[in-house]
Design a protein around this ligand. Structure first.
Ligand code: MG
Length: 188
Protein backbone atom coordinates (compact mmCIF):
# COMPACT_ATOMS: atom_id res chain seq x y z
CA UNK A 1 0.00 0.00 0.00
CA UNK A 2 1.35 3.40 -0.92
CA UNK A 3 0.11 6.96 -0.65
CA UNK A 4 -1.19 8.88 -3.65
CA UNK A 5 -1.64 12.44 -4.66
CA UNK A 6 -4.92 12.76 -6.49
CA UNK A 7 -4.87 15.65 -8.94
CA UNK A 8 -7.66 17.50 -10.60
CA UNK A 9 -7.03 17.94 -14.35
CA UNK A 10 -8.30 21.32 -15.59
CA UNK A 11 -6.68 24.23 -13.79
CA UNK A 12 -4.42 21.87 -11.82
CA UNK A 13 -2.30 19.52 -13.93
CA UNK A 14 -3.38 21.32 -17.12
CA UNK A 15 -3.78 25.02 -17.69
CA UNK A 16 -7.47 25.82 -17.54
CA UNK A 17 -9.18 25.97 -20.93
CA UNK A 18 -12.93 26.40 -21.09
CA UNK A 19 -14.61 23.42 -22.83
CA UNK A 20 -11.32 21.62 -23.46
CA UNK A 21 -12.01 19.10 -26.22
CA UNK A 22 -9.27 20.00 -28.71
CA UNK A 23 -6.00 18.14 -27.97
CA UNK A 24 -4.14 21.05 -29.59
CA UNK A 25 -5.19 23.22 -26.65
CA UNK A 26 -3.68 20.89 -24.03
CA UNK A 27 -0.99 22.69 -22.06
CA UNK A 28 0.66 21.44 -18.88
CA UNK A 29 0.60 23.78 -15.89
CA UNK A 30 3.86 25.61 -15.20
CA UNK A 31 6.19 23.44 -13.17
CA UNK A 32 4.01 20.36 -13.56
CA UNK A 33 6.83 18.04 -14.60
CA UNK A 34 9.05 19.00 -11.67
CA UNK A 35 6.10 18.74 -9.30
CA UNK A 36 5.27 15.21 -10.49
CA UNK A 37 8.91 14.16 -10.25
CA UNK A 38 9.09 15.29 -6.64
CA UNK A 39 5.93 13.33 -5.82
CA UNK A 40 7.31 10.23 -7.53
CA UNK A 41 10.60 10.51 -5.66
CA UNK A 42 8.70 10.59 -2.39
CA UNK A 43 6.83 7.38 -3.23
CA UNK A 44 3.44 8.77 -4.18
CA UNK A 45 1.20 7.34 -6.86
CA UNK A 46 -0.19 10.11 -9.07
CA UNK A 47 -3.80 9.76 -10.14
CA UNK A 48 -5.86 12.32 -12.04
CA UNK A 49 -9.53 12.57 -11.08
CA UNK A 50 -11.58 14.74 -13.42
CA UNK A 51 -15.22 15.78 -13.69
CA UNK A 52 -16.15 16.06 -17.36
CA UNK A 53 -19.80 17.12 -17.37
CA UNK A 54 -19.41 18.09 -21.04
CA UNK A 55 -19.95 14.39 -21.74
CA UNK A 56 -23.15 14.19 -19.72
CA UNK A 57 -24.43 17.35 -21.38
CA UNK A 58 -23.76 15.94 -24.84
CA UNK A 59 -21.16 18.63 -25.59
CA UNK A 60 -18.25 16.19 -25.85
CA UNK A 61 -17.94 12.49 -26.52
CA UNK A 62 -16.07 10.14 -24.20
CA UNK A 63 -13.63 9.65 -27.07
CA UNK A 64 -12.89 13.38 -27.33
CA UNK A 65 -12.15 13.51 -23.60
CA UNK A 66 -9.96 10.42 -23.92
CA UNK A 67 -8.02 12.12 -26.72
CA UNK A 68 -7.35 15.15 -24.52
CA UNK A 69 -6.17 12.82 -21.76
CA UNK A 70 -3.94 10.97 -24.21
CA UNK A 71 -2.41 14.25 -25.36
CA UNK A 72 -1.76 15.15 -21.72
CA UNK A 73 -0.03 11.77 -21.24
CA UNK A 74 1.95 12.22 -24.46
CA UNK A 75 3.18 15.65 -23.38
CA UNK A 76 4.19 14.26 -19.97
CA UNK A 77 6.02 11.30 -21.51
CA UNK A 78 7.86 13.59 -23.92
CA UNK A 79 9.25 15.39 -20.87
CA UNK A 80 10.19 12.17 -19.09
CA UNK A 81 7.20 12.24 -16.77
CA UNK A 82 3.99 10.28 -16.32
CA UNK A 83 0.94 9.72 -14.18
CA UNK A 84 -0.44 6.37 -13.06
CA UNK A 85 -4.05 6.74 -14.22
CA UNK A 86 -6.84 9.10 -15.16
CA UNK A 87 -10.38 8.59 -13.87
CA UNK A 88 -13.17 10.51 -15.62
CA UNK A 89 -16.65 11.20 -14.30
CA UNK A 90 -18.95 11.98 -17.24
CA UNK A 91 -22.00 12.87 -15.15
CA UNK A 92 -23.53 16.33 -15.61
CA UNK A 93 -24.84 18.10 -12.51
CA UNK A 94 -28.43 19.14 -12.07
CA UNK A 95 -27.69 21.81 -9.44
CA UNK A 96 -24.76 24.14 -8.90
CA UNK A 97 -23.95 23.65 -5.21
CA UNK A 98 -20.37 22.31 -5.19
CA UNK A 99 -20.81 20.88 -1.69
CA UNK A 100 -23.63 18.48 -2.59
CA UNK A 101 -22.84 14.96 -3.80
CA UNK A 102 -25.25 14.37 -6.68
CA UNK A 103 -23.45 11.24 -7.91
CA UNK A 104 -20.88 9.28 -5.93
CA UNK A 105 -18.35 9.46 -8.78
CA UNK A 106 -18.71 13.18 -9.47
CA UNK A 107 -16.52 15.33 -7.22
CA UNK A 108 -17.31 16.23 -4.41
CA UNK A 109 -18.28 12.55 -4.40
CA UNK A 110 -15.46 10.22 -3.34
CA UNK A 111 -16.30 7.37 -5.74
CA UNK A 112 -13.44 7.65 -8.21
CA UNK A 113 -10.83 8.20 -5.51
CA UNK A 114 -12.05 5.09 -3.74
CA UNK A 115 -12.04 3.05 -6.94
CA UNK A 116 -8.52 4.25 -7.75
CA UNK A 117 -7.42 3.28 -4.24
CA UNK A 118 -8.58 -0.30 -4.85
CA UNK A 119 -7.16 -0.45 -8.37
CA UNK A 120 -3.74 0.90 -7.41
CA UNK A 121 -3.22 -0.30 -3.83
CA UNK A 122 -3.47 3.19 -2.34
CA UNK A 123 -3.80 4.02 1.32
CA UNK A 124 -6.29 6.90 1.39
CA UNK A 125 -5.46 8.13 4.88
CA UNK A 126 -1.90 8.85 3.73
CA UNK A 127 -3.03 10.47 0.47
CA UNK A 128 -3.78 13.99 -0.71
CA UNK A 129 -6.20 15.65 -3.11
CA UNK A 130 -5.08 18.76 -4.97
CA UNK A 131 -7.37 20.90 -7.09
CA UNK A 132 -8.58 24.38 -7.89
CA UNK A 133 -12.18 24.02 -6.76
CA UNK A 134 -14.32 23.42 -3.70
CA UNK A 135 -15.42 20.16 -5.32
CA UNK A 136 -11.85 18.87 -5.37
CA UNK A 137 -11.22 19.66 -1.73
CA UNK A 138 -14.47 18.05 -0.64
CA UNK A 139 -13.90 14.95 -2.76
CA UNK A 140 -10.62 14.45 -0.90
CA UNK A 141 -12.34 14.93 2.42
CA UNK A 142 -15.21 12.64 1.54
CA UNK A 143 -12.70 9.93 0.54
CA UNK A 144 -11.00 10.41 3.96
CA UNK A 145 -7.73 11.50 2.44
CA UNK A 146 -5.08 12.76 4.84
CA UNK A 147 -5.11 16.26 3.37
CA UNK A 148 -6.36 18.54 0.63
CA UNK A 149 -4.80 21.56 -1.05
CA UNK A 150 -6.84 24.20 -2.85
CA UNK A 151 -4.95 25.91 -5.67
CA UNK A 152 -5.60 29.60 -6.06
CA UNK A 153 -3.82 29.93 -9.44
CA UNK A 154 -3.10 33.55 -8.74
CA UNK A 155 -6.76 34.45 -8.34
CA UNK A 156 -8.42 35.61 -5.15
CA UNK A 157 -10.68 32.90 -3.78
CA UNK A 158 -14.26 33.96 -3.25
CA UNK A 159 -14.83 34.34 0.47
CA UNK A 160 -18.16 32.55 0.47
CA UNK A 161 -16.45 29.61 -1.22
CA UNK A 162 -13.59 29.33 1.20
CA UNK A 163 -15.89 29.69 4.19
CA UNK A 164 -17.74 26.59 3.10
CA UNK A 165 -14.61 24.47 3.23
CA UNK A 166 -12.62 26.28 5.91
CA UNK A 167 -10.14 25.42 7.27
CA UNK A 168 -8.30 24.45 4.12
CA UNK A 169 -4.68 24.53 2.99
CA UNK A 170 -4.11 26.70 -0.07
CA UNK A 171 -1.23 27.02 -2.49
CA UNK A 172 -0.70 29.36 -5.43
CA UNK A 173 -0.04 26.52 -7.87
CA UNK A 174 0.82 22.83 -8.20
CA UNK A 175 4.46 23.36 -7.18
CA UNK A 176 3.34 25.14 -4.03
CA UNK A 177 0.96 22.29 -3.23
CA UNK A 178 3.79 19.77 -3.58
CA UNK A 179 5.95 21.89 -1.27
CA UNK A 180 3.21 21.66 1.36
CA UNK A 181 2.66 17.93 0.90
CA UNK A 182 6.32 17.04 1.16
CA UNK A 183 6.83 19.28 4.17
CA UNK A 184 4.06 17.47 6.06
CA UNK A 185 5.45 14.13 5.00
CA UNK A 186 8.87 15.01 6.39
CA UNK A 187 7.35 15.78 9.78
CA UNK A 188 5.26 12.62 9.90
MG1 MG B 1 -10.24 22.24 -11.95
Amino acid sequence: MRPAVFLDRDGTLLKFVDHLIDPAQVELSPGAVVALQRLRNSGHAIIVITNQPLIGRGLATPDQVAQVNEEMNRKLRALGSSIDAVYVCPVAPTGNDPTIIEHVDRKPGPGLLMRAAVDHGIQLDRSWMVGDSVRDVLAGRNARCFGQVLLTNGKPIRNEEIQRISPVLTAPNLCGAVDLILRVKLKA
